[in-house]
Design a protein around this ligand. Structure first.
Ligand SMILES: NC(=O)c1ccc[n+]([C@@H]2O[C@H](COP(=O)([O-])OP(=O)(O)OC[C@H]3O[C@@H](n4cnc5c(N)ncnc54)[C@H](OP(=O)(O)O)[C@@H]3O)[C@@H](O)[C@H]2O)c1
Length: 320
């Protein structure tokens, strides 16, 4: 009997804990209705899909990308460099794509939809985006930091300048936007959603500079979350740990080398929004490819590293 009690009591504790966690609030699309949301890097990929989901839910969306700025730059040189015409046409097409995202958001039912274009290499631009939200939306409820600078998928080439540039785009601009947005987010009791990667939790080959920027995000935002708790700051921070997703850029870079199928960007985008709305600490997508392997990280790091390498065709590494 005594032994039975020893087993039964912890078991009941586990059942109660499970019930407590599963009784947490469920996601409802209405949670986003009328909310003021910034989505960075929304001209394509996961960011674009997040903008569409938010629009369907009736949010006010403000999206960012570089494309329009690039177009203006090329236009400025047109008269003297006719050879730029072809590039201009290409970039005009990309800029059209970005304004198409805004158009589509309006069609899908967004409370409002706006685009601000510029490069996140420039911290002043990062700050301007937040100022625009204040001026045009009158505040902010959710800041979704998603943009990512172009990098290579190959062995580390030793280029320190590239690492520095990528840190500016993928990390420092996230910090700059957070700092600027905090007063508005504190006022609304809002959320910060940071899109990261498995490569920001575990060492992956061929993505050394990218991985460094994603690890930096974890350090910064996880520490900031702790300070928010201590100071009773009612702003949630959700870090999103993503596996391989079927966006054009990721598939182009990695599909020949990674021995796994990419997960759908539409579903991924929805999971990120749900996690942010429910103020979750972290989002894992796909769960089985992120959360489960991460359980091995602290106790069997060598085994996890080995399993990661098994998913790469290292005998045919990508060209630098
Ligand atoms: N796809 C995956 O397999 C995967 C896996 C794990 C994590 N993630 C994370 O998910 C997020 C989205 O990835 P994705 O695959 O959807 O990326 P993507 O399709 O390549 O889109 C990147 C976005 O960032 C913008 N961008 C690029 N450089 C910029 C710059 N210098 N300044 C401002 N904006 C810039 C791009 O627009 P412009 O080029 O017009 O500026 C685009 O809108 C990223 O944070 C990525 O690390 C993706």
């Amino acid at each position: 009997m005594g032994r039975l009690q020893k087993i039964l009591i912890p078991f009941l504790g586990l059942v109660l804990a499970f019930c407590f966690y599963s009784a947490r609030e469920n996601f409802k699309p209405e949670m986003l209705k009328g909310k003021r949301v910034i989505v960075t890097g929304a001209s394509t990929g996961i960011g674009e899909q997040m903008a569409y989901h938010l629009a369907r839910m009736g949010a006010h969306v403000l999206v960012t990308a570089r494309t329009e700025a690039k177009l203006q730059k090329v236009n400025g040189k047109l008269s003297t460099h006719t050879c730029m015409l072809m590039a201009c046409t290409h970039k005009r097409r990309k800029a059209n794509l970005t304004s198409q995202v805004v158009e589509r958001c309006r069609e899908l039912g967004a409370g409002s939809a706006r685009l601000i274009s510029g490069s996140m290499e420039d911290m002043a631009f990062a700050k301007r985006v937040v100022e625009a939200a204040e001026a045009e939306l009158g505040g902010l409820d959710m800041l979704i930091l998603n943009h990512v600078g172009k990098s290579y998928f190959s062995y580390f080439d030793g280029n320190v300048r590239h690492v520095q540039k990528l840190l500016d785009i993928n990390f420092l601009s996230y910090v700059a936007m957070t700092v600027s947005a905090l007063p508005m987010l504190k006022q609304s009791g809002g959320s910060i959603v940071v899109v990261s990667s498995m490569a920001g939790k575990v060492g992956f080959p061929f993505t050394v500079p990218y991985s460094a920027t994603k690890f930096a995000l974890d350090g910064f935002f996880s520490s900031l979350r702790q300070e928010f708790r201590i100071q009773n700051v009612n702003v949630s921070i959700t870090l999103c740990i993503l596996s391989f997703i079927d966006t054009e850029s990721a598939v182009r870079a990695a599909a020949d080398v990674l021995l796994m199928s990419p997960a759908p960007k539409e579903e991924c985008a929805l999971e990120i929004i749900k996690g942010g709305a429910l103020r979750q600490r972290e989002v894992y997508y796909k769960y089985a490819l992120t959360k489960i392997p991460l359980l091995l990280r602290d106790w069997a790091a060598e085994l996890l590293d080995y399993l990661v390498r098994q998913h790469y065709q290292v005998e045919r590494p990508p060209a630098a």
